[in-house]
Design a protein around this ligand. Structure first.
Ligand code: BDP
Length: 692
């Protein structure tokens, strides 16, 4: 029963919103009530579960809650059974997740009925692209929270331990149960004694929160740090070196998770350097890890400067190896066939490998989506991806079902997200970027959750309802109608539209990879210096000329479309049936081609770019209108980021339209706002930046 709080309690309270720096993310302390927790089993993880319940209880005062670890066949892995006064699970981790779920429901005003909650994936893993010198590849929120250089590199201070603990708690609260501590472009040094000691120190802090530690490895390690003459995976000395190394790791970290490997990709060493296959390399490591229960996550992000369309290469490379991998190898595949672009169709490898375990890799850090400046909520993108139908096993063979064990029985199921976490006080650089960390965890737990629900939860947990300030705990938290209508709804709408807005002002209609070189932040459709690999230059991807624009991936072009199963192959092949969102991904079309809206392609492009800019202007307006509902610190921070986003969206629009106009030679339609930047100036700024 909900306790009734007299209305005057709210109204007499001073109207103060505490300044917030975002460090407590969605786990902000709230008004809580006393609760009695009964937990017969004892462990470090269960102690945390008990403590979290006591600290965060928002149900009826003095309620009695029982936490029971007991075998139940309807529960899978870390799943739990939730009931009003009881949480039951097969594992201690399961209890911890049940506690966080109960608290989340209390705080967001959702009912707690008897329910079984099982995770979609067994392993829900963050990938940190953290370098051992403390920098982060594609990190936009400060330095690594794990590594640093200098004399103190290996000193484990209390403040580090606190940070790792806060990090572990945040992850556990959203069901993440694993983390890879270092960059996929891995330094061999990670496997030397000092770094392994530090890895152990981190693993010890993460363990009670149910987080398993993994490392990225460099395939040439036996040569670089082991002083062997080769790293050939079939060489007995190499095999032995890895066996010994794995043994050493497990002597320090008995529950170590395994290795993540980027091999023969973008200059990284790999088995092909020795005339061996990806399967030879992965299996050698898998055999070393198997006795300890470890796994290998072998990345399919592999492409070479060959004549073959880059979008086809991962499939061409891995399909012939299907069935050759050990059962503790999982092939980690990026969501799209190219590279974390604002929009890509799903990689055709999903569902295609029938005898090999496959896991999706998503990018939480917004390398190609405005980094920590643009407000872009990625749940909608991931939902679109997970729900994509591969048709491999008839209608409904979605990417989600092809990877979570529903269609294939894989020994291990997993999903990875490239983390956006750094040493910034608010962890992610942009307050709203935390929503992407949150969304990844929630989708990894339940891959059929809707973005709308995730955004709803996150907003309720992250921002306060003024009228509830000082309110004593109630069973189901109440958000005032005023707050819901004037804050929750508009902010949620802004989040849900934000990814499409970014696609519009950056790369509408299936355009992709037209970023400025290196930093991948602003536009650079013109960038193609002599001597640079063609597949690293934007003109390779947009193919604009006086006839038209787009990459022909149909049978008359690269035929990448053939890697998709029917009916997708036919659907994508015909510009009349190809969804507009993928039009220029699969087709090179004339500037006057008529698209579904009835406009010409050129006019549609102008319209989309302009719409993207207008959408960001709307976000600014929405944010300004909710000012009285947000503490000043976060309000000002987000407001200033939105201003930068609006400036940058305008640059994207102007740069792309003015650049492509040189080919289309067509006017920008009269009802569209004129560019405000000159292409010449944008180009000269771009050149200056490169010469810096
Ligand atoms: C690209 C990034 C690069 C990464 C690479 C990868 O630009 O920094 O090393 O992906 O995933 O998107 O290996």
């Amino acid at each position: 029963m909900r306790e009734i709080i007299p209305i005057f309690i709210f109204t007499l309270l001073p109207f103060i919103l505490q300044a917030e720096d975002g460090h407590s993310f969605w786990l902000r302390a709230n008004n809580t009530a006393p609760v009695e927790v009964i937990c017969p089993k004892k462990s470090a993880t269960l102690r945390i579960a008990e403590q979290e319940l006591r600290q965060g209880w928002q149900g009826k005062a003095n309620e009695k809650i029982t936490l029971i670890v007991k075998n139940d066949n309807s529960l899978k892995n870390d799943g739990f059974r939730l009931a009003k006064n009881r949480i039951q699970a097969n594992t201690d981790r399961g209890i911890l997740y049940g506690v966080y779920e109960m608290l989340r429901r209390q705080q967001t005003g959702q009912p707690i009925d008897e329910e079984v909650c099982n995770p979609s994936y067994q392993r829900r893993i963050l990938n940190h692209w953290d370098n051992l010198d403390g920098t982060i590849e594609r990190g936009y929120a400060g330095h690594s929270i794990f590594w640093r250089k200098g004399a103190d590199a290996f000193v484990v201070t209390e403040s580090y331990k606190r940070l790792w603990q806060e990090y572990a708690r945040a992850n556990a609260s959203i069901g993440i149960n694993g983390t890879v501590l270092n960059n996929v472009n891995a330094s061999p040094s990670i496997l030397t004694a000092d770094y392994l000691q530090r890895t152990k120190a981190i693993a010890d802090v993460l363990r009670p929160y149910g987080i398993t530690t993994y490392l990225s490895i460099n395939f040439a390690s036996p040569q670089v740090i082991g002083e062997l003459k080769t790293a050939d995976p079939l060489d007995p000395d190499v095999v032995n070196w890895w066996k010994e190394k794995v043994k050493e790791i497990y002597s320090l970290i008995p529950d170590f998770g395994g290795f993540l490997v980027k091999a023969n990709s973008e200059g990284q060493p790999g088995p092909q350097d020795f005339g061996r296959t990806h399967a030879d390399g992965a299996n050698m490591l898998a055999d070393a890890l198997a006795p300890f229960g470890g796994i290998v996550m072998w990345r399919a992000f592999v492409y070479n400067p060959s004549d073959e369309d880059r979008a086809k290469q991962a499939y061409s490379e891995f399909m012939p190896l299907d069935g050759q991998f050990r059962d503790n190898v999982i092939i980690q595949v990026k969501n799209g066939p190219i590279d974390f672009q604002p929009r890509e169709p799903f990689s055709p490898l999903f569902g295609a490998m029938k005898k090999t375990a496959v896991m999706p890799e998503l990018q939480i850090t917004q390398e190609y989506l405005g980094q920590s400046v643009h407000l872009v909520f990625l749940a909608t993108m991931w939902e679109e991806f997970l729900k994509s139908d591969t048709y491999r096993f008839g209608k409904g063979s979605t990417v989600a079902r092809c990877t979570d064990g529903s269609i294939f029985s894989q020994k291990y199921t997993a999903i990875a997200g490239v983390a956006n976490i750094g040493s910034d006080v608010n962890w992610c650089g942009h307050h709203f970027a935390q929503a992407n960390w949150y969304a990844f965890g929630r989708l990894a737990w339940n891959n059929s959750l809707l973005s709308e629900q995730i955004a709803d939860e996150w907003i309720k947990l992250t921002f306060s309802d003024n009228s509830r300030e000082g309110e004593i705990a109630v069973e189901n938290s109440i958000y005032s109608p005023d707050w819901q209508v004037n804050f929750l709804q508009p902010v949620k709408q802004m989040m849900l539209n934000s990814r499409e807005a970014a696609v519009n002002y950056m790369m509408p209609l299936g355009l992709h990879h037209i970023f400025a070189a290196d930093h991948h932040y602003g536009p650079g459709p013109w960038w193609a210096p002599e001597g640079v690999r063609k597949d690293w230059t934007p003109p390779y991807y947009h193919q604009a000329d006086t006839n038209g624009i787009g990459f022909d991936r149909t049978a008359s072009g690269s035929n990448a479309v053939n890697q998709y199963h029917e009916p997708l192959r036919s659907l994508f092949s015909d510009p009349k049936t190809c969804p507009d969102i993928y039009l220029l991904w699969f087709h090179h079309l004339s500037w006057n081609h008529i698209v579904k809206s009835g406009r010409t392609l050129w006019n549609e492009m102008c319209y989309r770019y302009d719409m993207g800019v207008q959408q960001v202007r709307e976000f600014q307006q929405i944010w300004d209108e909710v000012e009285s509902y947000v503490d000043e610190e976060r309000f000002v921070h987000v407001q200033s980021k939105l201003r930068d986003q609006a400036i940058n969206a305008q640059v994207w629009k102007d740069a792309c339209l003015l650049y492509f106009q040189q080919f289309s030679k067509l006017p920008i339609p009269g009802d569209i706002e004129r560019p405000v930047n000159n292409l010449k100036d944008i180009l000269s700024k771009d050149r200056k930046r490169k010469n810096q």
